[in-house]
Write a protein that binds this ligand. Structure first.
Ligand code: BV8
Length: 268
């Protein structure tokens, strides 16, 4: 369900973003939906439908059945192989040049923000394109290039050549701590942000879901783009009910129309 968005809403939001001095953009799986990447909850379509992602994406789930979890990530990586950034990703990359400071904090692991050209991306939940030793035997993370390994690819994950532990995707699973540097920077930035733009997240998964609340508590203005209301919508100062691939390019166009005049209204 996407609601009707008035041009005046786009103009109002563009003016707020254009005036921002310390902008944080916080994204979730919805921003990659128009790139054909299923959101986390629909990542289990077809043969995976009978599994609970919150059981597969956990250390316990992996150790109980390394092949099942490894194959699920292989399936998601295959979906990603043909995926390209969509106009929403590109709009966020272009927005960087229109404001003095923009840091993009994402829950996504697909690498599409980086591919679209966003230059300062905080990865809260890792990167599905990378692999690491499950024991982090050489430090956290102990990255491993599986292209250099020989193993039976039908038998599940390879093992770490140094310690023999399973190799796994370099992503943060449920009940795993987020990378300390990433989550600390995300909260520090949110607590001094004058504006936070929240795009494509249901606002359920913690601690990422607390970032908009931290920004709001510290006096930041909250703008949300999501076709459906989320756990964040109630505290948003502006809620634009639409798909990010359509809404974000409109916002960036309106920001461009404001030119460099501080506080200017968009061209009529
Ligand atoms: C932690 C990587 C401390 C892996 C992910 C009880 C026991 C144990 C833990 C907990 C507990 N209760 C709470 C917790 C904490 C738990 C948690 O939050 N659970 C929730 C679900 C209740 N969090 C953790 O465990 C975190 N670690 O807390 O450590 C700790 C340690 C030990 C014990 C306890 C605590 C780790 C969380 C990280 C999990 N890893 N991903 C992988 O992907 O395989 S989470 C994964 O799901 C994503 O990264 C993302 O974070 C989340 C999905 O959320 P969204 O991105 O918001 O996506 P979603 O599908 O939900 O929504 C999509 C949205 O897009 C919708 O709103 C939709 O309307 C919108 N949309 C659709 N189309 C569009 C669109 N928007 C814009 N445009 C469109 N076109």
């Amino acid at each position: 369900m996407s609601g009707k968005i008035e041009p005046s809403q786009i103009a109002a939001v563009a003016a707020i973003l254009k005036r921002s001095q310390r902008l944080v953009v916080s994204t979730g799986a919805g921003v990659s939906k128009e790139s054909g990447i299923p959101t986390f909850r629909d990542a289990l379509e077809g043969l995976w439908a009978q599994y609970d992602p919150q059981k597969l994406a956990t250390p316990r789930g992996f150790l109980q059945n390394p092949k099942l979890v490894w194959d699920w990530y292989a399936h998601r990586r295959a979906l990603l192989a043909d995926a390209k950034p969509n106009p929403g990703h590109y709009a966020l990359a272009e927005m960087e040049a229109l404001v003095p400071q923009l840091v993009l904090v994402t829950q996504n692991i697909d690498g599409l923000h980086q591919e679209a050209g966003s230059s300062d991306v905080v990865l809260l939940h890792g990167d599905i394109r990378l692999n690491k030793c499950h024991a982090n035997c050489q430090g956290n993370p102990t990255h491993i290039n599986i292209e250099e390994l020989e193993w039976d690819r039908n038998a599940g994950p390879p093992v770490c050549p140094r310690c023999g532990a399973w190799v796994r995707p370099d992503v943060v699973w449920y009940e795993e701590l987020l990378p300390p540097a990433a989550i600390e920077r995300a909260f520090n930035l949110s607590e001094v942000a004058d504006v936070m733009l929240v795009v494509g997240t249901s606002g359920v998964t913690q601690p990422a879901a607390s970032l908009p609340f931290a920004a709001k508590r510290a006096g930041g203005t909250l703008i949300e783009v999501n076709p459906e209301p989320s756990q964040i919508t109630a505290i948003a100062d502006h809620y634009l009910p639409g798909p990010s691939g359509e809404v974000l390019p409109q916002i960036v166009a309106a920001m461009r129309a404001l030119g460099d005049m501080p506080g200017a209204q968009p061209d009529a």
